[in-house]
Design a protein around this ligand. Structure first.
Ligand code: 6PG
Length: 249
């Protein structure tokens, strides 16, 4: 487990620089993956710039679309056509535009009656892709996991004080009540599943996040502070979100 002391922090100028830096890191991870690669996407506004870039040159031609699989760390339990859907957003911004192979996109099911059923089906999809019943720390599930940070310290749909924070057995769980807007039920991967990655990359921009970033870095027990990775744990911030003297590059 990567404790706070192993967290790498990268501060760049602004949201556009976050998108560029994240795209570069994503591409590096894809190049390092020998065969197929797996990326776990995130929702919210922070990854939007990255998603747009991936559909544009030069990135579009550089990504080996045929061998990359795209998952979603958490989603709102709404149809993909709903503007609130995280996978819907990722499809609109890049997956549909680059015509990623259909079978390479793994949405959290939105056609079950209950979040728990969706979670169970998604856990099966993820583990079938992985090809074993248990995750082996020496062979991470993902090459890259993207994460966002909520103003209350949540990440994915893992909200403060939720029993979901302690979940170690189930890979994916239903969250009947969101702790923050939009107040729709969610389905989320749990920390051990998200941790099964060669790199976990937080994308955080804007002055409204500065205080909560400070609290996470100060070691407060917030969900995002509990996130860990078998591989590298990287926090990519823009200058506005960085709590201390910025060193943009
Ligand atoms: C979601 C997200 C959530 C998000 C944070 C940050 O479905 O809402 O996955 O965890 O990453 O709330 O969102 P912003 O980037 O919009 O601030």
């Amino acid at each position: 487990m990567t404790a706070g002391k192993d967290r790498q922090v990268i501060v760049v100028a602004d949201a556009a620089a976050i998108a560029q830096t994240a795209a570069t890191r994503l591409l590096d991870r894809l190049k390092q993956a020998k065969d197929r690669a797996a990326v776990c996407l995130t929702g919210g506004s922070s990854p939007e710039g990255l998603y747009r870039l991936l559909a544009e040159e030069p990135w579009r031609s550089e990504v080996p679309w045929d061998r990359v699989h795209w998952f979603m760390g958490d989603d709102r339990f709404v149809p993909e056509s709903d503007p609130l859907s995280n996978m819907g957003m990722a499809r609109r911004l890049f997956l549909d535009r680059v015509k990623a192979p259909r079978g390479n996109v793994h949405p959290i099911p939105d056609d079950t009656n209950y979040v728990d059923a969706a979670a169970k089906f998604y856990a099966e999809d993820v583990m079938q892709f992985y090809g074993a019943a248990q995750l082996d720390p020496a062979r991470p599930l993902f090459d890259l996991v993207l994460m966002g940070l909520g103003a209350d310290g949540h990440t994915a749909s893992l909200f403060p004080h939720s029993p979901a924070l302690e979940e170690t057995q189930r890979r994916v769980i239903g969250v009947a009540k969101a702790g923050m807007e939009p107040f729709v039920p969610r389905v989320t991967m749990t920390f051990p599943t998200l941790a099964s990655t060669r790199e976990m990359l937080f994308l955080v921009d804007g002055a409204s996040k500065r205080d909560v970033v400070r609290r996470v870095f100060a070691g407060e027990d917030l969900p995002a502070a509990r996130a860990y990775a078998e591989g590298e744990l990287v926090w990519l911030l823009d200058r506005a979100a960085a709590p201390e003297e910025p060193h943009a590059r």
